[in-house]
Design a protein around this ligand. Structure first.
Ligand SMILES: [Fe+2]
Length: 289
């Protein structure tokens, strides 16, 4: 999506019980894999949601345990905007030393459509600093990471500042191995500008709460992919390698390989794996002329 024109009408975030409170179906996908628990996939492919339930204060009636079994809608896409830069550093903490701002930790999981947590998903975040400015010269408040075996991610950053014309938001690109890139934005509940920003989508609201002097937020992505167990390392490759690219190798930005008769330039440091063949991951490899 290249247009600067908002692609969705202004979403109402005033009336109605759900959006600003952040209790969307996506929120209900939050799995009980917090605290290092095993991924609680049930035989039906459902995921019991213990994390939110555990936060319910004592004495309140717990709601029925929700399940992720209804083919939840994938996380909607949003325009990239003018401030994305490739080649962000591999890091989970985006805050430069001494940078002002309210500390924010965003954590969550990445799921496929069928609620299976997705590991190895590339998450590339970028946002404005406390003053609402994007660093176009360097990489302040930019960084990418990969989900772990449970599909979990944690981002350490600050609450982004406001800039003219937009409500508060964090940009992100998410890409499961060998799958298309999802470009979207995450929003904060209770922001006055949510009701006037035509890009705002309540489906992209994080849950945010105060934590000490900072904030903690959660958000779970649902990518429009099958979310199967992933490529079996014993499976033969889907394409003959026919080049210098190999799996299990640590590539750094600037490395050059060949694959399938074409040359590719590495854009971001990563360790290669099956499913991340250069033609499949444009975030990692750029085809050279
Ligand atoms: Fe932005």
């Amino acid at each position: 999506m290249t247009s600067d024109t908002p692609t969705s009408p202004a979403a109402p975030d005033g009336p109605g019980p759900a959006p600003e409170h952040g209790v969307s179906r996506k929120t209900l996908l939050r799995a009980a894999v917090a605290a290092g628990a095993a991924v609680p996939l049930i035989a039906t492919g459902s995921i019991a949601l213990a994390r939110d339930a555990a936060r319910t204060s004592a004495g309140r009636t717990l709601p029925p345990t929700p399940f992720c079994d209804d083919g939840d809608d994938p996380t909607p896409d949003q325009m990239e905007g003018p401030y994305f830069k490739p080649n962000s550093p591999l890091r989970t903490d985006l805050v430069p030393a001494g940078a002002p701002g309210t500390r924010l930790t965003v954590s969550g999981y990445v799921f496929g459509r069928n609620c299976v947590p997705l590991s190895g998903v590339l998450l590339d975040f970028w946002q404005a600093d406390d003053a609402g400015a994007y660093d176009m010269a360097g990489y302040r408040f930019r960084g990418h990471q990969f989900t772990g075996a449970t599909g979990a991610f944690t981002l350490r950053t600050i609450v982004p500042g406001l800039y003219p014309g937009r409500t508060r938001h964090i940009h992100v690109k998410a890409q499961a191995p060998g799958e298309p890139v999802l470009t979207t934005q995450l929003y904060f509940p209770g922001e006055p500008r949510n009701s006037t920003d035509a890009l705002f989508d309540p489906a992209l609201l994080m849950n945010v709460r105060g934590a000490g002097g900072g904030k903690e937020a959660t958000f779970d992505f649902v990518l429009d992919v099958d979310g199967g167990p992933g490529p079996d390392p014993t499976d033969p490759p889907t394409e003959p390698p026919g080049g210098t690219w190999t799996t299990g190798r640590a590539y750094t930005a600037g490395d050059r390989v060949t694959y399938g008769g074409s040359a590719y330039l590495c854009l971001q440091a990563h360790t290669s794996m099956a499913g991340w063949e250069p033609p499949h991951v444009p975030a990692l490899w750029r085809r050279e002329p």
